[in-house]
Design a binder for this molecule. Structure first.
Ligand SMILES: Cc1cc2nc3c(=O)[nH]c(=O)nc-3n(C[C@H](O)[C@H](O)[C@H](O)COP(=O)(O)OP(=O)(O)OC[C@H]3O[C@@H](n4cnc5c(N)ncnc54)[C@H](O)[C@@H]3O)c2cc1C
Length: 431
């Protein structure tokens, strides 16, 4: 069976790996060099404990407050464009406790075996940097701590063993934190990895397994006979296959549109900044929960990540928001000196969906095309489990029930006929 995958981020590569390892002939296409999308610009956290969907109780009020600040962690560009308005209204409708908890449970079921799958990758010779020292959520505001403690029963039911740390107990878990914080929650089993090393390791292993990775091949057309897709095209180049999967990150909706199914995936831009050498030694990754900043310690460097911007499909860096990320740790870390510049700031686009849950499964109206996208803030955490389950579906080995909540059908009322050629710009940061 020959399978063509569009997108060489973590979702495309892990799927390619699970298929190739089971004997399929796989070709992965990327519009530019692989490893430039969100999969290279993330905090690297593998955190089932944080796998809640973005829409949740309290988000509407918080976003209205944040909208007024240029340096806030959340920005929603005002726009009357119908798809933007529909997306935001649908997201706000999901900001309730019932949808939040059911989405959280669906995510937890999808990533329950992530750590085992990552260990399996390593056993199979995929080299990547991985650290297993747990996750500390640190809180300045008592109210925010209580808000998170409220849902700990969900994490407990999945064996994540949260420990609530009151007041200065937080410094015992992470001595770099300053005194006077409201408290924290420590999750001992969480790990983080260097996602650039994971995608590089996957690419290398895929080549050993005989898969092909074709870069600078922006897919711009789909050929189908009835409901069967026979090839995708990039300009003059034609890539035929028996099955096709779209894993194009924030661009996924655009690409599934070429298949006649434009899914509602929009970019949620964020930034990562590497500070080299690390200005502070952390034992573990830390979530500065009120400031919405992730601190990830790697050998010889510290990565700061944050911000969610619902705006354009571009990877431009906003200096004001980057400066806010650099200042953020001052309220949490003892003796933090804010760096004056950030030469290594990078932007990445999280693929966001209106209900905060990924879209995984067969594209309605097609017999042999699939999608794996919309993993939002959780592509590293949910990616390995997603790909293992979707590979089963593509290879016709059954339909794992844990995929049911993520069906593309929830966003598709009617299938459009495949449109004529829709060009997608070729290379560079702007796709
Ligand atoms: C700042 C930040 C921090 C994050 N932190 C975490 C974290 O700690 N933990 C976690 O789990 N997740 C995190 N995420 C989210 C995670 O990075 C994403 O969910 C994940 O990387 C999405 O992977 P992807 O493969 O879907 O998309 P991408 O990595 O964006 O890959 C999509 C690929 O598709 C290609 N493409 C697009 N259009 C076409 C086309 N027409 N033809 C061919 N190829 C095309 C692109 O070039 C790109 O390479 C973070 C994200 C950001 C931005």
């Amino acid at each position: 069976m020959r399978i063509v995958i569009v997108g060489a981020g973590v979702l495309g590569l892990t799927l390619a790996y699970d298929l190739a390892r089971q004997g399929a002939e796989v070709e992965v296409l990327d519009a530019r060099e692989s490893g430039l999308g969100a999969s290279a610009v993330n905090a690297g956290w593998v955190v089932p404990s944080e796998a809640a969907p973005v829409p949740g109780p309290g988000l509407i009020l918080k976003s209205l407050k944040w909208m007024a600040r240029k340096d806030s962690p959340l920005y929603i560009r005002p726009s009357v464009e119908p798809s933007h308005v529909r997306f935001m209204l649908s997201m706000w409708r999901r900001c309730n406790a019932r949808d939040f908890r059911s989405g959280f449970q669906a995510h937890l079921a999808l990533c329950e075996s992530t750590n085992d799958i990552l260990d399996d990758y390593a056993r199979d010779g995929i080299a990547f940097d991985s650290y297993a020292q747990g996750l500390l959520m640190a809180f300045q505001a008592r109210e925010n701590l209580h808000h998170h403690v409220h849902d700990l029963d969900v994490q407990r039911s999945y064996g994540l063993d949260p420990e609530v740390l009151q007041g200065d107990a937080i410094q015992q878990a992470e001595p770099a934190m300053r005194s006077g914080l409201a408290g924290g929650i420590f999750f001992p089993h969480e790990r983080h990895l260097d996602s650039a090393s994971l995608t590089a390791g996957l690419r290398e292993r895929l080549r050993e397994l005989g898969a092909t990775i074709t870069e600078h091949a922006p897919v711009d057309r789909v050929e189908r006979i009835g409901d069967t897709v026979v090839a995708v095209r990039s300009g003059d180049r034609r890539f035929a296959g028996d099955a096709f999967a779209v894993a194009a990150g924030a661009w996924t909706g655009r690409v599934t549109g070429l298949f006649g199914v434009p899914l509602p995936i929009r970019p949620g831009k964020g930034y990562s900044i590497d500070l080299v050498p690390a200005p502070v030694h952390l034992r573990t990754m830390v979530n500065l929960s009120d400031a919405k900043i992730a601190m990830t310690p790697y050998a010889g460097r510290l990565r700061l990540s944050g911000t969610m911007e619902f705006a354009g499909l571009d990877e431009d860096v906003n200096g004001t928001r980057v400066a806010a990320i650099l200042r953020g740790p001052a309220g949490y870390v003892d003796g933090w000196v804010t760096p004056q510049s950030a030469p290594q700031a990078k932007a990445g686009m999280r693929p966001m969906t209106p209900d905060g849950m990924p879209i995984i499964g067969r594209l309605p109206g097609t017999a042999n095309a699939y999608v794996s996208g919309g993993h939002g803030m959780l592509g590293i955490t949910l990616g390995p489990g997603t790909s293992r389950a979707l590979a089963e579906v593509i290879l016709g080995r059954g339909y794992p029930p844990r995929l049911l909540p993520f069906s593309p059908g929830r966003f598709v009322r009617k299938v459009r006929p495949t449109p004529a050629l829709t060009p997608v710009p070729a290379t560079g940061a702007r796709l």
